[in-house]
Design a protein around this ligand. Structure first.
Ligand code: ADP
Ligand code: MG
Length: 607
């Protein structure tokens, strides 16, 4: 009988393992920094050349290793971090698989120099493509220095997958930033081709975040802190004004380990639903602490993914803690001027400009110099001495609003209705005029906002208005979507949908929300069920409600250019006046934008 099966030599198995752990220079750096942090380092410096393709060097001031340990560390499955089976259930270190060093050493020219604190000298080990070439004593400061040269020199297919030096450098910086956010108590630095890429001093989380996400962005961050018996969640989340187009600024950590997890991300985005636009992402740094037995990090060699024992509990805890901050935050009460240009919000500057313009026109203004210190007097004098000469449309009773927000009555009703309509631009924007302002309204965003508000009011007072379809329609779904439809059937009726099982994977739709009846309600139902399914069976319908209403609102308005008659524009403006723009809105997109006369004059160099 022939024997065709052999056990592979270790150099080859290491190379195979490297395929999983070592994807690119950034993944090498991630593994090496994890080791440095596990070794208790307080200073970690990284050096790369050619995006790490030529050289990666990571130095730390951690515990270092003895000569014996240093040699062992290069063996597969050699680790100091776990010993027995049961240790797997309570991993508190970043590493535990004992795979990184041998894997990296098998696909590069590798050197490890390390010295324990109490030892008179260090040990240097030179490895080439997984084979130890030399072991010698060396002089060095306590700690460890690992150099990885010519990564993938013996793995040509991998080499081909590497991107340009700039791209790889970008990945390296991202990886360091992620780890640096998790450990503000550790100093990090990185040079690329001799130039300093990052220098992060030891500090606290807020300052570290400012260094990583940018100082200006960091001013829009709000602290999160919630704790129960099960999970503790801390960190910072951004105001809706601070958004990114991808998830790159969402830093989430489970027990100190950076993870990219669908459940966690979904929980965060769910909390932001109704606050920021779809396809936009917040800036978030969230640290979720769970009992170690509640989370399995041994899912993938890179340890970016985890599995939760009680997934929905974790999901809901994260969502609740983020929502808690979002709901009680200042932007809801005082929307940013650029987002909600209501008369008083948009125009602090405008009024100053008006006054300046008026002064330029050598008008006799009421005694002004005191107004900053005596606002009350200004109210009286200003309204008592209205301006008469050009620009004669200036109403001086308004300006006081912006100087004295706390004492003024709520903004006058009917701002939008009071605008005079100029017309429609590109069948997408409504142009209006008010005094010295050109007001541009995004008709789609505005309609959606109005619809959302209406739906919210209806849902708070009894239920969403529903409309029966003339001919009930059938919809084909997946099994799990049918199950969701059945499970939430009474709740779905409350938001205007009448659905019943029709056998197999088909449901029968006999009524939909009235607002959405003209706009492909079947697509809406698919979206709604997909939302509910994604949201998970554990979650209460009510938690998803805002998102669902936002979904219906989105489906109730016409996308893309659409000519409007003047009566339709008037009606929209009227409805906008009834809409509370300060409350959370389906999308954080601005609805209108004000261009001041002064801005135009500047453009045309008239000033
Ligand atoms: P793991 O981190 O999963 O244990 P590695 O292959 O990354 O596996 O490292 C093997 C072992 O080498 C570690 O368990 C640790 O004892 C030691 N080691 C690696 N890097 C360092 C370092 N920078 N400082 C001190 N010890 C280290
Ligand atoms: Mg490791």
């Amino acid at each position: 009988m022939s024997q065709r099966i052999t056990i592979l030599p270790e150099t080859l198995t290491n190379k195979i393992a490297a395929g999983e752990v070592v994807e690119r220079p950034a993944s090498v750096i991630k593994e090496l920094i994890e080791n440095s942090l596990d070794a208790g380092a307080t200073e970690i410096s990284v050096e790369i050349t050619a995006g790490g393709r030529r050289l990666i060097r990571v130095s730390d001031n951690g515990s270092g290793m003895s000569r014996e340990d240093a040699l062992l560390s290069l063996e597969r499955h050699a680790t100091s971090k776990i010993r027995v089976d049961s240790d797997l259930d309570k991993i508190m270190t970043l590493g535990f698989r004992g795979e990184a060093l041998p894997s990296i050493a098998s696909v590069s020219r590798f050197s490890l120099a390390t010295r324990e604190g109490g030892s008179p000298e260090g040990t240097e080990i030179i490895v080439e493509g997984g084979r130890v070439r030399d072991v010698r004593a060396c002089g060095m400061a306590p700690g460890t220095v690992i150099a990885v040269e010519q990564i993938f020199f013996n793995l040509p297919p991998r080499l081909k997958f590497m991107k340009s030096a700039e791209t790889e450098t970008g990945h390296v910086a991202d990886v360091i930033a992620r780890m640096a956010v998790s450990r503000p108590d550790v100093a990090f630095s990185c040079t690329s081709d001799g130039r300093e890429l990052l220098r992060l001093q030891r500090s606290d989380l807020q300052r570290r975040l400012a260094q990583v996400v940018g100082r200006e962005s960091s001013q829009h961050l709000y602290p999160v802190k919630s704790e129960d018996d099960y999970a503790a969640i801390t960190g910072f989340i951004s105001a809706p004004a601070l958004i990114r187009s991808g998830t790159q600024a969402i830093y989430t950590y489970i027990n100190g380990r950076f993870i990219r997890d669908k459940v966690v991300q979904h929980a965060v985005m769910q909390a932001y639903r109704g606050v920021i636009d779809r396809g936009r992402y917040p800036v978030v740094a969230l640290f979720i602490e769970l009992p170690p037995g509640e989370v399995d990090v041994n899912v993938h060699p890179t340890k970016h993914e985890v599995r939760f024992r009680r997934q929905s509990v974790v999901h809901d805890a994260i969502q609740a803690s983020v929502e808690g901050v979002l709901r009680s935050s200042p932007w809801l009460a005082a929307p940013a001027p650029s987002q909600h240009p209501t008369p008083n919000a948009a125009t602090t500057q405008t009024y100053r400009e008006r006054i300046a313009a008026a002064a330029q026109a050598s008008l006799t203004l009421p005694p002004r110099p005191q107004y900053r210190t005596q606002p009350a007097e200004r109210i009286v004098t200003a309204s008592a001495a209205p301006l008469v000469s050009p620009p004669d449309t200036i109403s001086v009773s308004e300006p006081v609003v912006s100087f004295q927000p706390e004492q003024t009555p709520p903004e006058p009703a009917g701002y939008f209705s009071s605008l005079s309509i100029i017309g429609q631009f590109h069948s997408e924007y409504i142009l209006c005029q008010s005094d010295c302002e050109l007001v541009v309204i995004d008709q789609h965003a505005a309609s959606e906002r109005v619809a959302y508000q209406l739906l919210k009011q209806q849902s708070q007072s009894g239920g969403i208005e529903s409309q029966r379809l003339l001919f009930p329609e059938t919809v084909e779904l997946s099994f799990s979507e049918v199950a969701v439809a059945a499970r939430f059937s009474p709740e779905l009726a409350g938001i205007g949908f009448e659905l019943e099982p029709f056998g197999g994977t088909t449901i029968l739709v006999s009524a939909v929300p009235r607002l959405a009846v003209d706009h492909d309600p079947i697509l809406l139902i698919r979206d709604i069920l997909a939302d509910l399914e994604r949201f998970g069976t554990s979650a209460a319908f009510n938690d998803a409600l805002e998102g669902l209403l936002s979904r219906i609102a989105c489906h109730s308005v016409i996308r893309g250019p659409h000519p409007l008659e003047s009566r339709q524009i008037k009606e929209l403006l009227r409805r906008m006046d009834q809409t509370d723009f300060a409350a959370s809105c389906p999308h954080g997109r601005p609805v209108s934008h004000v261009v001041t006369l002064a801005e135009l004059q500047k453009i045309f160099k008239r000033t």
